[in-house]
Design a protein around this ligand. Structure first.
Ligand SMILES: Nc1ncnc2c1ncn2[C@@H]1O[C@H](COP(=O)(O)OP(=O)(O)OP(=O)(O)O)[C@@H](O)[C@H]1O
Ligand SMILES: [Mg+2]
Length: 201
């Protein structure tokens, strides 16, 4: 991946022109990538901003896993990274699992995107209270996706998650851990930016 963006510059943009996603079933986009929504690199915690620059310069390896508590800015940081590459595809993990039940043409176009995109953002990989069957499905979908990305795109993937690595490994198994954590892992600690936002009025 070429060094196309200086992450020390401040800039706010949406990147939507080159960022593709599956619209929700009701036709809306996921909240983070609504047209017109701005994200700024200067709001990303400095150590993570530096790391994103190093990844773009090829000094660190993808896949990148950004883990940390809710509201710390994981998704926004991943989207800022996507703004810096030519072609990115955004998919939330719950949506990816739901697509297993979607019509064939929708599943096929999603798979084509997963094969082709320069960068895939897999947002919100999580473990909930699950039945054995639902966990098996989620494990299979996650393994298949990470494996496909590794083979077709040299693992150019960014994963965000609220879960710790050991919890993910226990839930999804070592084959997933191996594919997910073979690049760079960043734990984003800090305040919940949603809760610390000033109130209007
Ligand atoms: N770089 C940024 N530019 C603009 N706003 C930001 C940025 N980072 C965080 N925020 C603000 O903080 C809020 C939370 O950020 P974000 O959704 O990225 O957190 P998260 O860690 O992905 O949360 P969750 O774990 O719940 O998915 C956003 O709605 C946004 O208002
Ligand atoms: Mg998020």
């Amino acid at each position: 991946m070429a060094d196309r963006m200086d992450f020390t510059r401040t800039d706010a943009r949406t990147g939507l022109k080159r960022l593709r996603t599956v619209p929700k079933l009701n036709g809306e986009y996921p909240a983070r990538i609504e047209p017109g929504k701005s994200r700024s690199r200067e709001k990303i915690a400095q150590p993570l901003r530096k790391l994103l620059g190093e990844l773009l310069a090829g000094k660190k390896r993808l896949p990148l896993v950004i883990s940390g508590p809710p509201g710390t800015g994981k998704t926004c940081a991943a989207l800022c990274f996507a703004d810096a590459v030519w072609d990115a595809y955004f998919l939330s993990f719950p949506d990816l699992v739901q697509l297993e039940f979607a019509p064939w043409d929708q599943q096929n176009s999603m798979r084509r995107e997963l094969e082709r995109a320069e960068l895939v953002i897999l947002d919100d990989v999580a473990v909930g209270v699950e039945t054995e069957n639902s966990l098996r499905l989620r494990r299979e979908v996650l393994w298949r996706t990470l494996d496909l990305r590794e083979r077709r795109a040299n693992g150019q993937t960014v994963v965000t998650t609220n879960c710790k690595r050991d919890l993910l490994t226990r839930a999804f198994g070592q084959a997933v851990e191996s594919r997910m954590f073979c690049g760079t892992h960043f734990e984003l600690l800090g305040v919940d930016q949603r809760l610390s936002r000033p109130h209007n009025g």
